[in-house]
Design a protein around this ligand. Structure first.
Ligand SMILES: Cc1cc2nc3c(=O)[nH]c(=O)nc-3n(C[C@H](O)[C@H](O)[C@H](O)COP(=O)(O)OP(=O)(O)OC[C@H]3O[C@@H](n4cnc5c(N)ncnc54)[C@H](O)[C@@H]3O)c2cc1C
Length: 370
Protein backbone atom coordinates (compact mmCIF):
# COMPACT_ATOMS: atom_id res chain seq x y z
CA UNK A 1 0.00 0.00 0.00
CA UNK A 2 1.31 3.44 -0.98
CA UNK A 3 1.38 6.00 1.88
CA UNK A 4 1.33 9.77 1.67
CA UNK A 5 0.58 12.56 4.10
CA UNK A 6 -2.07 14.34 1.99
CA UNK A 7 -3.94 12.74 -0.87
CA UNK A 8 -5.63 15.10 -3.34
CA UNK A 9 -8.36 13.54 -5.47
CA UNK A 10 -8.66 15.39 -8.78
CA UNK A 11 -6.01 17.09 -10.90
CA UNK A 12 -8.12 19.90 -12.38
CA UNK A 13 -7.61 23.55 -11.41
CA UNK A 14 -8.73 22.94 -7.80
CA UNK A 15 -6.44 19.96 -7.16
CA UNK A 16 -3.44 21.50 -8.93
CA UNK A 17 -3.72 24.78 -7.07
CA UNK A 18 -4.00 22.92 -3.73
CA UNK A 19 -0.99 20.80 -4.68
CA UNK A 20 1.03 23.93 -5.42
CA UNK A 21 0.30 25.51 -2.02
CA UNK A 22 0.93 22.28 -0.10
CA UNK A 23 4.23 21.83 -1.92
CA UNK A 24 5.17 25.42 -1.02
CA UNK A 25 4.60 24.55 2.64
CA UNK A 26 6.62 21.35 2.39
CA UNK A 27 3.66 19.06 2.98
CA UNK A 28 4.09 15.75 1.14
CA UNK A 29 1.13 15.25 -1.16
CA UNK A 30 0.01 13.22 -4.14
CA UNK A 31 -2.55 14.31 -6.75
CA UNK A 32 -4.45 11.42 -8.33
CA UNK A 33 -6.67 11.76 -11.38
CA UNK A 34 -8.68 9.30 -13.45
CA UNK A 35 -7.80 11.03 -16.73
CA UNK A 36 -4.85 10.18 -18.94
CA UNK A 37 -3.53 13.75 -19.22
CA UNK A 38 -3.82 16.82 -17.02
CA UNK A 39 -6.37 19.12 -18.68
CA UNK A 40 -8.52 16.32 -20.13
CA UNK A 41 -11.67 17.53 -18.39
CA UNK A 42 -11.38 20.62 -20.67
CA UNK A 43 -10.24 18.66 -23.77
CA UNK A 44 -13.37 16.47 -23.48
CA UNK A 45 -15.77 19.42 -23.59
CA UNK A 46 -17.47 20.63 -26.80
CA UNK A 47 -15.19 21.77 -29.63
CA UNK A 48 -16.25 25.40 -29.91
CA UNK A 49 -16.01 26.12 -26.15
CA UNK A 50 -14.58 29.55 -25.51
CA UNK A 51 -14.08 30.53 -21.91
CA UNK A 52 -16.14 33.43 -20.61
CA UNK A 53 -13.24 34.54 -18.37
CA UNK A 54 -10.39 36.41 -20.12
CA UNK A 55 -6.86 34.91 -19.93
CA UNK A 56 -5.94 37.23 -17.07
CA UNK A 57 -8.61 35.49 -14.96
CA UNK A 58 -8.17 31.99 -16.40
CA UNK A 59 -4.93 31.25 -14.61
CA UNK A 60 -3.69 30.41 -11.12
CA UNK A 61 -0.70 31.72 -9.19
CA UNK A 62 2.18 31.61 -9.81
CA UNK A 63 1.84 31.03 -13.59
CA UNK A 64 0.08 33.48 -15.93
CA UNK A 65 -1.45 32.46 -19.22
CA UNK A 66 0.46 33.43 -22.37
CA UNK A 67 -1.25 35.68 -24.93
CA UNK A 68 -3.43 38.78 -24.78
CA UNK A 69 -4.63 38.92 -21.15
CA UNK A 70 -7.99 40.34 -22.25
CA UNK A 71 -8.58 37.71 -24.96
CA UNK A 72 -10.56 34.52 -24.30
CA UNK A 73 -8.87 31.10 -24.28
CA UNK A 74 -10.42 28.10 -26.01
CA UNK A 75 -10.67 24.69 -24.35
CA UNK A 76 -7.38 23.34 -25.80
CA UNK A 77 -5.48 26.37 -24.56
CA UNK A 78 -7.00 25.95 -21.12
CA UNK A 79 -6.17 22.24 -21.04
CA UNK A 80 -2.57 22.88 -22.17
CA UNK A 81 -2.16 25.62 -19.57
CA UNK A 82 -3.16 23.20 -16.77
CA UNK A 83 -0.79 20.54 -18.11
CA UNK A 84 2.04 23.06 -18.29
CA UNK A 85 1.19 24.24 -14.75
CA UNK A 86 1.57 20.71 -13.35
CA UNK A 87 4.84 20.13 -15.23
CA UNK A 88 6.47 23.51 -14.61
CA UNK A 89 5.79 23.27 -10.88
CA UNK A 90 6.75 19.57 -10.83
CA UNK A 91 3.58 18.66 -8.98
CA UNK A 92 3.37 15.05 -7.79
CA UNK A 93 0.78 13.61 -10.19
CA UNK A 94 -0.51 10.06 -10.56
CA UNK A 95 -2.70 9.97 -13.66
CA UNK A 96 -4.90 7.10 -14.94
CA UNK A 97 -5.88 6.54 -11.33
CA UNK A 98 -9.58 6.31 -10.65
CA UNK A 99 -10.56 6.47 -6.99
CA UNK A 100 -13.31 3.92 -6.51
CA UNK A 101 -13.88 4.39 -2.78
CA UNK A 102 -12.44 6.07 0.29
CA UNK A 103 -12.95 4.82 3.83
CA UNK A 104 -11.67 6.21 7.14
CA UNK A 105 -9.92 3.70 9.38
CA UNK A 106 -7.93 4.37 12.55
CA UNK A 107 -7.43 8.02 11.63
CA UNK A 108 -6.28 7.28 8.07
CA UNK A 109 -8.08 7.70 4.78
CA UNK A 110 -7.76 4.55 2.66
CA UNK A 111 -8.44 5.08 -1.03
CA UNK A 112 -9.11 2.09 -3.22
CA UNK A 113 -7.95 3.09 -6.68
CA UNK A 114 -7.46 1.51 -10.09
CA UNK A 115 -3.73 1.53 -9.22
CA UNK A 116 -4.06 -0.06 -5.79
CA UNK A 117 -4.57 1.18 -2.24
CA UNK A 118 -3.35 4.57 -1.04
CA UNK A 119 -3.34 5.52 2.66
CA UNK A 120 -3.24 9.17 3.73
CA UNK A 121 -3.42 11.17 6.94
CA UNK A 122 -5.37 13.88 5.14
CA UNK A 123 -7.66 13.94 2.14
CA UNK A 124 -8.51 16.87 -0.15
CA UNK A 125 -11.45 16.18 -2.43
CA UNK A 126 -11.07 18.26 -5.61
CA UNK A 127 -13.05 16.04 -7.95
CA UNK A 128 -14.95 18.89 -9.61
CA UNK A 129 -18.54 20.08 -9.59
CA UNK A 130 -19.50 18.40 -12.88
CA UNK A 131 -19.79 14.73 -12.01
CA UNK A 132 -23.11 13.17 -13.01
CA UNK A 133 -24.87 14.58 -16.11
CA UNK A 134 -28.43 15.48 -15.19
CA UNK A 135 -31.28 14.82 -17.64
CA UNK A 136 -34.94 15.28 -16.57
CA UNK A 137 -36.96 12.07 -16.09
CA UNK A 138 -39.44 12.88 -18.87
CA UNK A 139 -36.64 12.38 -21.45
CA UNK A 140 -37.44 8.64 -21.48
CA UNK A 141 -40.84 9.41 -23.04
CA UNK A 142 -39.15 10.47 -26.27
CA UNK A 143 -39.19 7.95 -29.11
CA UNK A 144 -35.91 6.26 -30.04
CA UNK A 145 -36.12 8.13 -33.37
CA UNK A 146 -35.19 11.33 -31.49
CA UNK A 147 -31.46 11.53 -30.88
CA UNK A 148 -30.65 12.76 -27.38
CA UNK A 149 -27.29 13.96 -26.09
CA UNK A 150 -26.21 15.66 -22.90
CA UNK A 151 -23.72 18.55 -23.27
CA UNK A 152 -21.08 16.29 -21.69
CA UNK A 153 -21.34 14.02 -24.78
CA UNK A 154 -21.72 16.71 -27.43
CA UNK A 155 -18.70 17.90 -29.43
CA UNK A 156 -20.10 19.77 -32.48
CA UNK A 157 -23.28 20.21 -34.60
CA UNK A 158 -22.29 17.14 -36.67
CA UNK A 159 -23.27 15.03 -33.63
CA UNK A 160 -26.94 15.99 -34.05
CA UNK A 161 -29.28 14.68 -36.80
CA UNK A 162 -30.20 17.10 -39.60
CA UNK A 163 -33.42 19.08 -39.17
CA UNK A 164 -34.99 20.40 -36.00
CA UNK A 165 -33.18 20.57 -32.68
CA UNK A 166 -34.42 21.47 -29.21
CA UNK A 167 -31.74 22.62 -26.80
CA UNK A 168 -32.95 22.47 -23.21
CA UNK A 169 -31.13 24.84 -20.84
CA UNK A 170 -30.31 28.52 -21.22
CA UNK A 171 -27.00 28.65 -19.33
CA UNK A 172 -23.61 29.32 -20.88
CA UNK A 173 -23.21 25.88 -22.51
CA UNK A 174 -26.80 25.81 -23.83
CA UNK A 175 -26.45 29.36 -25.14
CA UNK A 176 -23.12 28.76 -26.90
CA UNK A 177 -24.27 25.46 -28.43
CA UNK A 178 -27.63 26.91 -29.56
CA UNK A 179 -25.78 29.75 -31.28
CA UNK A 180 -23.43 27.44 -33.16
CA UNK A 181 -26.15 24.94 -34.15
CA UNK A 182 -28.35 27.74 -35.51
CA UNK A 183 -26.21 27.85 -38.67
CA UNK A 184 -26.87 24.15 -39.45
CA UNK A 185 -30.18 23.32 -37.73
CA UNK A 186 -33.59 24.79 -37.01
CA UNK A 187 -33.02 25.47 -33.31
CA UNK A 188 -35.38 26.15 -30.41
CA UNK A 189 -33.66 27.06 -27.15
CA UNK A 190 -35.72 26.29 -24.06
CA UNK A 191 -34.79 28.48 -21.10
CA UNK A 192 -36.60 28.24 -17.77
CA UNK A 193 -35.77 31.86 -16.85
CA UNK A 194 -35.23 35.02 -18.88
CA UNK A 195 -31.64 35.03 -20.16
CA UNK A 196 -29.52 37.72 -18.57
CA UNK A 197 -27.08 39.02 -21.20
CA UNK A 198 -24.03 41.00 -20.14
CA UNK A 199 -21.44 42.76 -22.31
CA UNK A 200 -17.83 41.57 -22.47
CA UNK A 201 -16.69 45.12 -21.76
CA UNK A 202 -17.96 48.17 -19.88
CA UNK A 203 -16.32 51.59 -20.45
CA UNK A 204 -13.54 49.90 -22.41
CA UNK A 205 -12.66 47.45 -19.63
CA UNK A 206 -13.43 43.74 -19.32
CA UNK A 207 -16.45 43.10 -17.14
CA UNK A 208 -14.23 40.81 -15.04
CA UNK A 209 -11.90 43.75 -14.39
CA UNK A 210 -14.89 45.54 -12.86
CA UNK A 211 -15.90 42.41 -10.93
CA UNK A 212 -12.41 42.32 -9.43
CA UNK A 213 -12.52 46.02 -8.63
CA UNK A 214 -15.63 45.58 -6.49
CA UNK A 215 -14.56 42.11 -5.33
CA UNK A 216 -17.87 40.67 -6.58
CA UNK A 217 -16.66 37.11 -7.16
CA UNK A 218 -14.97 37.01 -3.75
CA UNK A 219 -18.13 37.90 -1.80
CA UNK A 220 -19.55 35.12 0.35
CA UNK A 221 -23.23 34.08 0.15
CA UNK A 222 -23.78 35.70 3.58
CA UNK A 223 -23.14 39.19 2.09
CA UNK A 224 -25.86 41.19 0.33
CA UNK A 225 -24.10 41.16 -3.03
CA UNK A 226 -23.06 37.52 -2.69
CA UNK A 227 -26.57 36.31 -1.86
CA UNK A 228 -28.01 38.28 -4.82
CA UNK A 229 -25.46 36.68 -7.13
CA UNK A 230 -26.07 33.19 -5.75
CA UNK A 231 -29.82 33.41 -6.33
CA UNK A 232 -29.47 34.66 -9.89
CA UNK A 233 -29.00 32.48 -12.94
CA UNK A 234 -25.46 32.85 -14.36
CA UNK A 235 -25.41 35.52 -17.08
CA UNK A 236 -24.49 34.92 -20.72
CA UNK A 237 -21.52 37.02 -21.75
CA UNK A 238 -21.77 38.82 -25.10
CA UNK A 239 -24.77 39.60 -27.28
CA UNK A 240 -24.20 37.12 -30.14
CA UNK A 241 -27.08 34.87 -29.10
CA UNK A 242 -29.44 37.78 -28.44
CA UNK A 243 -28.74 39.16 -31.92
CA UNK A 244 -29.21 35.74 -33.57
CA UNK A 245 -32.62 35.43 -31.84
CA UNK A 246 -33.59 38.96 -32.93
CA UNK A 247 -32.53 38.11 -36.52
CA UNK A 248 -34.78 35.02 -36.45
CA UNK A 249 -31.88 32.55 -36.74
CA UNK A 250 -33.23 30.56 -33.79
CA UNK A 251 -36.13 30.90 -31.38
CA UNK A 252 -36.70 30.79 -27.66
CA UNK A 253 -39.18 28.61 -25.77
CA UNK A 254 -40.04 28.55 -22.06
CA UNK A 255 -39.13 25.73 -19.65
CA UNK A 256 -39.42 22.22 -21.08
CA UNK A 257 -41.79 20.28 -18.81
CA UNK A 258 -42.59 17.03 -20.62
CA UNK A 259 -42.02 14.93 -23.72
CA UNK A 260 -44.22 12.84 -26.00
CA UNK A 261 -43.01 10.66 -28.90
CA UNK A 262 -41.12 13.12 -31.15
CA UNK A 263 -41.97 16.29 -29.24
CA UNK A 264 -40.83 18.38 -26.32
CA UNK A 265 -43.67 20.11 -24.43
CA UNK A 266 -43.17 23.54 -22.90
CA UNK A 267 -44.54 25.24 -19.79
CA UNK A 268 -46.85 27.54 -21.82
CA UNK A 269 -48.61 24.54 -23.44
CA UNK A 270 -46.72 24.81 -26.73
CA UNK A 271 -44.78 21.90 -28.25
CA UNK A 272 -42.03 21.30 -30.76
CA UNK A 273 -41.59 18.19 -32.89
CA UNK A 274 -37.91 17.50 -33.27
CA UNK A 275 -35.25 15.17 -34.64
CA UNK A 276 -32.83 15.83 -31.80
CA UNK A 277 -32.67 17.06 -28.19
CA UNK A 278 -29.58 18.42 -26.55
CA UNK A 279 -29.79 18.44 -22.77
CA UNK A 280 -27.86 21.44 -21.43
CA UNK A 281 -29.40 20.73 -18.05
CA UNK A 282 -26.28 20.61 -15.93
CA UNK A 283 -24.79 18.12 -13.53
CA UNK A 284 -25.40 16.70 -10.08
CA UNK A 285 -22.76 15.87 -7.49
CA UNK A 286 -21.82 12.23 -6.93
CA UNK A 287 -19.89 11.40 -3.79
CA UNK A 288 -21.06 7.79 -3.40
CA UNK A 289 -17.41 6.74 -3.45
CA UNK A 290 -16.70 8.82 -0.31
CA UNK A 291 -17.67 6.35 2.40
CA UNK A 292 -16.46 8.32 5.40
CA UNK A 293 -18.77 8.40 8.45
CA UNK A 294 -19.75 11.96 9.39
CA UNK A 295 -18.80 13.45 6.01
CA UNK A 296 -22.39 13.83 4.72
CA UNK A 297 -25.84 14.62 6.05
CA UNK A 298 -28.79 12.22 5.81
CA UNK A 299 -29.54 13.47 2.25
CA UNK A 300 -26.00 12.63 1.16
CA UNK A 301 -24.86 16.26 0.95
CA UNK A 302 -21.32 17.09 1.99
CA UNK A 303 -20.98 18.69 5.41
CA UNK A 304 -18.30 21.36 5.57
CA UNK A 305 -17.50 24.88 6.71
CA UNK A 306 -15.76 26.71 3.86
CA UNK A 307 -14.23 23.43 2.67
CA UNK A 308 -13.29 22.05 6.10
CA UNK A 309 -15.21 18.88 6.99
CA UNK A 310 -16.24 18.01 10.57
CA UNK A 311 -14.25 14.81 9.94
CA UNK A 312 -10.73 15.73 11.04
CA UNK A 313 -8.32 15.67 8.08
CA UNK A 314 -10.98 15.88 5.36
CA UNK A 315 -11.11 18.96 3.11
CA UNK A 316 -12.67 20.15 -0.14
CA UNK A 317 -11.53 22.59 -2.83
CA UNK A 318 -13.49 23.68 -5.91
CA UNK A 319 -17.05 23.21 -4.59
CA UNK A 320 -19.51 25.73 -6.05
CA UNK A 321 -19.92 28.54 -3.51
CA UNK A 322 -17.45 26.88 -1.12
CA UNK A 323 -16.70 30.42 0.06
CA UNK A 324 -17.88 32.60 -2.87
CA UNK A 325 -18.81 32.49 -6.59
CA UNK A 326 -15.09 32.41 -7.47
CA UNK A 327 -14.67 29.09 -5.63
CA UNK A 328 -15.51 27.16 -8.81
CA UNK A 329 -13.76 29.52 -11.25
CA UNK A 330 -10.15 29.23 -12.41
CA UNK A 331 -9.03 32.74 -11.58
CA UNK A 332 -10.29 32.61 -8.00
CA UNK A 333 -9.88 28.99 -6.87
CA UNK A 334 -6.40 29.74 -5.48
CA UNK A 335 -7.83 31.71 -2.56
CA UNK A 336 -9.73 28.64 -1.32
CA UNK A 337 -6.77 26.35 -2.09
CA UNK A 338 -4.44 28.51 0.01
CA UNK A 339 -7.01 28.66 2.85
CA UNK A 340 -7.23 24.86 2.88
CA UNK A 341 -3.44 24.71 2.88
CA UNK A 342 -3.48 26.95 5.98
CA UNK A 343 -5.99 24.64 7.67
CA UNK A 344 -3.83 21.61 6.84
CA UNK A 345 -0.67 23.33 8.11
CA UNK A 346 -2.56 24.18 11.33
CA UNK A 347 -3.60 20.54 11.75
CA UNK A 348 -0.02 19.46 11.00
CA UNK A 349 1.44 21.71 13.68
CA UNK A 350 -1.16 20.58 16.18
CA UNK A 351 -0.31 16.96 15.58
CA UNK A 352 3.38 17.72 15.76
CA UNK A 353 3.05 19.34 19.19
CA UNK A 354 0.79 16.54 20.50
CA UNK A 355 3.20 14.01 18.95
CA UNK A 356 6.21 15.66 20.59
CA UNK A 357 4.48 15.24 23.96
CA UNK A 358 3.28 11.68 23.43
CA UNK A 359 6.06 10.57 21.06
CA UNK A 360 3.52 9.40 18.48
CA UNK A 361 5.26 8.16 15.35
CA UNK A 362 2.65 9.58 12.95
CA UNK A 363 3.17 13.12 14.26
CA UNK A 364 6.91 12.69 14.03
CA UNK A 365 6.58 11.82 10.31
CA UNK A 366 4.34 14.79 9.76
CA UNK A 367 6.65 17.31 11.34
CA UNK A 368 9.58 15.84 9.41
CA UNK A 369 7.52 16.32 6.19
CA UNK A 370 6.72 19.90 7.07
C1 LIG B 1 -18.72 24.26 -20.40
C2 LIG B 1 -18.03 24.91 -19.26
C3 LIG B 1 -17.42 26.14 -19.41
C4 LIG B 1 -16.75 26.75 -18.35
N1 LIG B 1 -16.15 27.96 -18.56
C5 LIG B 1 -15.48 28.55 -17.54
C6 LIG B 1 -14.81 29.81 -17.74
O1 LIG B 1 -14.87 30.41 -18.79
N2 LIG B 1 -14.12 30.34 -16.69
C7 LIG B 1 -14.05 29.71 -15.49
O2 LIG B 1 -13.38 30.24 -14.58
N3 LIG B 1 -14.70 28.56 -15.26
C8 LIG B 1 -15.41 27.96 -16.25
N4 LIG B 1 -16.05 26.76 -16.03
C9 LIG B 1 -16.18 26.27 -14.63
C10 LIG B 1 -14.93 25.59 -14.02
O3 LIG B 1 -13.80 26.41 -14.09
C11 LIG B 1 -14.60 24.25 -14.68
O4 LIG B 1 -15.70 23.40 -14.59
C12 LIG B 1 -13.40 23.52 -14.07
O5 LIG B 1 -13.11 22.42 -14.89
C13 LIG B 1 -13.62 23.05 -12.61
O6 LIG B 1 -12.36 22.67 -12.10
P1 LIG B 1 -12.19 21.57 -10.97
O7 LIG B 1 -10.73 21.34 -10.78
O8 LIG B 1 -13.00 21.91 -9.78
O9 LIG B 1 -12.87 20.28 -11.61
P2 LIG B 1 -12.49 19.48 -12.93
O10 LIG B 1 -11.84 20.32 -13.93
O11 LIG B 1 -13.74 18.74 -13.31
O12 LIG B 1 -11.40 18.46 -12.40
C14 LIG B 1 -11.73 17.41 -11.53
C15 LIG B 1 -10.79 16.25 -11.83
O13 LIG B 1 -11.07 15.23 -10.89
C16 LIG B 1 -10.95 14.00 -11.52
N5 LIG B 1 -11.79 13.05 -10.78
C17 LIG B 1 -13.11 13.16 -10.46
N6 LIG B 1 -13.52 12.09 -9.76
C18 LIG B 1 -12.43 11.29 -9.63
C19 LIG B 1 -12.21 10.02 -9.02
N7 LIG B 1 -13.19 9.36 -8.37
N8 LIG B 1 -10.96 9.48 -9.11
C20 LIG B 1 -9.96 10.14 -9.73
N9 LIG B 1 -10.12 11.33 -10.33
C21 LIG B 1 -11.33 11.89 -10.28
C22 LIG B 1 -11.45 14.23 -12.95
O14 LIG B 1 -10.86 13.29 -13.83
C23 LIG B 1 -10.98 15.66 -13.22
O15 LIG B 1 -9.76 15.71 -13.90
C24 LIG B 1 -16.72 26.12 -17.07
C25 LIG B 1 -17.35 24.88 -16.92
C26 LIG B 1 -17.99 24.27 -17.99
C27 LIG B 1 -18.65 22.94 -17.78
Amino acid sequence: MREIDTLIIGGGQAGLSTGYYLQQSGIPCLIVDANERVGDSWRNRYDSLKLFTPRKYSAMPPIEMNGNPWGYPDKEEMADYLELYSKALELPMLMNTHVQSVVHRQGQFIAETSQGLIAANRLVVASGPFQRPYIPDFAHKLSSRVKQLHTSEYLNPGDMPAGRLVIVGGGNSGGQIAYECASTHKVVLSASKAINYLPYKVLGRSLFWWYERIGLLRKGPETRLGSKLKNKQDPLYGYELKKAIADGKLSLAPRAVDAEENAILFEDGSRMDTEGVLWATGFRPDYNWLQVAGAKNSSGELLHEKGVSPVVGLYYVGLPWQTCRGSALIGWVAQDASRIRDAIVGQFKNEASVGAGSNKSRSADVSAGA
